[in-house]
Design a protein around this ligand. Structure first.
Ligand code: HSE
Length: 318
């Protein structure tokens, strides 16, 4: 962290009253098949928030859209926790806050809603502290990863596009890549939720060496397929590290992915599930995949054809 002006002493409260920022954060799909905890893609569906510093003390939160009436409206709200975490790291006392959230990223479906909330809080804090404390991209990624636990959703939510994220002793790092314009993502979202904690609990402590090698080859190929050679996407999205271990917790997701892949569509579990990501090569392939799911599913699945978001999170003075 670097200071733009004089670095504030720990716990000081610069007068932020009246500051207001508008934040927009994309949905994300992590893993993309073989890239467990590493690869992520930003998608053009957004949560938007206005965060301001009123002159009255306290915390005032309004949530509209997804999560309204469900998420907590106190200091345990994930966006507020991320703002507080970022202020604490900057050594600035948390001011009174008013948050108005308009959410459209589905919760508990593997589309990065918790990562988006964390990133929203981190970049809102950055915007509120503009001119007082500056954060570089690695610091933003580190702050968000500390709360999320792994960097594969928060990296594309912060930076957009396709991201490779990795962890070093100095903290998480990322590389952003621009996806081939022929890639047409389709997300299929079921009505039921899946807990990431449950999905992670199904992972084994160790995996066979040959499975690790299998995923190394497919992850490397997937980068080539996504940026240059979409015709390789079906082979490049094969995985032996996570999806089959978790299949018992989301049997319909597993069955539909098998049917989609058998028909030639590069379908994978989106993040920890239960949504499905199809990395289609053109809009007509998306339509075929939607027809196949409509014909085979036992429950209702919402089809979301989503463009790749290339910008990532934005924050502007409002
Ligand atoms: N890589 C993570 C997982 C993404 O699959 O558990 C979900 O947070």
């Amino acid at each position: 962290m670097t200071s733009a002006a004089a670095a504030p002493a720990a716990g000081v409260l610069p007068d932020l009253t009246g500051r207001r920022v508008h934040v927009k954060v994309p949905a994300t799909s992590a893993n993309l098949g073989p890239g467990f905890d590493t690869l992520g893609l930003a998608l053009a569906r957004y949560d938007e928030l206005e965060v301001s510093v009123p002159d009255a003390a306290g915390l005032d939160i309004e949530v509209h859209g997804v999560g309204a009436g469900e998420v907590p409206l106190d200091a345990s709200h994930l966006v507020v926790r991320a703002i507080a975490h970022t202020f604490a790291r900057a050594g600035v006392e948390l001011p009174p806050l008013k948050l108005v959230a308009h959410n459209s990223i589905p919760h508990g479906r593997g589309l990065g809603s918790s990562g988006a909330a964390i990133v929203a809080g981190v970049v809102a804090a950055k915007g509120l502290l503009e001119g007082i404390v500056e954060f570089d991209p690695d610091e933003l990624l580190a702050l968000a990863t500390e709360l999320e636990g792994h960097p594969d959703n928060v990296a594309p939510a912060l930076f957009g596009g396709l991201t490779i994220a990795w962890v070093t002793p100095e903290g998480p790092r990322h590389k952003k890549l621009i996806v081939h314009r022929g890639v047409s993502p389709l997300v299929l979202v079921p009505e039921h939720e899946m807990s990431t904690a449950l999905a992670r609990s199904l992972q084994p402590e160790s995996v066979p060496h040959e499975d690790a090698v299998f995923n190394v080859s497919r992850s490397a190929l997937l980068i080539a397929a996504l940026i240059q050679s979409p015709e390789l996407l079906l082979q490049a999205t094969e995985d032996k590290l996570h999806q089959h271990y978790r299949a018992q917790a989301m049997p319909e997701t597993d069955r539909l992915i098998r049917a989609l892949r058998a028909a030639g569509h590069p379908a994978v579990v989106s993040g920890a599930g239960p949504s499905i990501l199809v990395l289609a090569s053109d809009p007509s392939e998306r339509a075929e995949a939607i027809r196949l799911v409509e014909a085979s599913a036992d429950t209702v699945w919402q089809a979301l054809p989503l463009a790749v978001d290339f910008k990532g999170a934005t924050v502007q003075a409002a």
